[in-house]
Design a protein around this ligand. Structure first.
Ligand SMILES: NC(=O)c1ccc[n+]([C@@H]2O[C@H](COP(=O)([O-])OP(=O)(O)OC[C@H]3O[C@@H](n4cnc5c(N)ncnc54)[C@H](OP(=O)(O)O)[C@@H]3O)[C@@H](O)[C@H]2O)c1
Length: 176
């Protein structure tokens, strides 16, 4: 099972613009690239803060054969949204989530944030690659890519300037 963390951040390392929820600040070029990148994965993992933002959008996608797992300490609060095999809610640690994905024959997992999900998977050593879009923005404040103290070493795979933009996608392998 390959696990790839995909994230868009400002040059100064924030995944949100100040206190504003969502990623409306991300460039059109990144939004196009992100949509295509998601096609590569048969499962998606995100934490509940991120799910709250994409919930309505996700509802139209639930028949595409992909499994989404939402990390929450309160799965019972989401029983109305639960759709077995398409949208599931879990309070399990990252390692157990990954084991259950492997057991369900999924082969590639994209980690969609936010910082809680990034921390949990990175700290457990479960992220194989990070694909980060560096947007040409400086926010000074916002939600950081990760919140917990870590020291991960990354090896660059490649870089790509997105078409007609100043956005840069850098792909890294996480050294283990
Ligand atoms: N720029 C980007 O690429 C990008 C990517 C993703 C998200 N975002 C943005 O980032 C924001 C959300 O990020 P976020 O970091 O604030 O939230 P988040 O990581 O998406 O979710 C945080 C929530 O996860 C739940 N959770 C699950 N397991 C937990 C655990 N073990 N310990 C603690 N909490 C746990 C908690 O809610 P419960 O009460 O449910 O347990 C917690 O409030 C949104 O505005 C989203 O649009 C941006």
């Amino acid at each position: 099972m390959q696990v790839v963390l995909i994230v868009a951040q400002s040059l100064d390392g924030f995944i949100t613009r100040h206190d504003e929820p969502g990623v409306a600040w991300a460039s059109k070029a990144d939004q196009r690239w992100f949509g295509q990148a998601l096609e590569e994965f048969d499962c998606q993992v995100m934490a509940s803060g991120t799910y709250a933002i994409v919930r309505e959008h996700l509802r139209s996608k639930l028949e595409d054969g992909r499994l989404r797992i939402v990390m929450t300490r309160r799965p019972q609060s989401y029983l109305a949204d639960q759709q077995s095999g398409a949208l599931e809610f879990s309070s399990q640690p990252a390692l157990e989530i990954l084991e259950s994905l492997k057991n369900s024959d999924r082969t590639s997992c994209v980690l969609l944030g936010g910082a809680t999900a990034h921390d949990a998977f990175l700290q457990a050593g479960l992220v194989d690659e990070i694909w980060v879009t560096i947007e040409p923005r400086l926010f000074g404040q916002g939600t950081p890519v990760i919140k917990k103290r870590q020291d991960q070493q990354l090896e660059m795979i490649d870089t790509q300037r997105l078409p007609e933009s100043d956005s840069l996608v850098i792909r890294y392998r996480v050294k283990k």
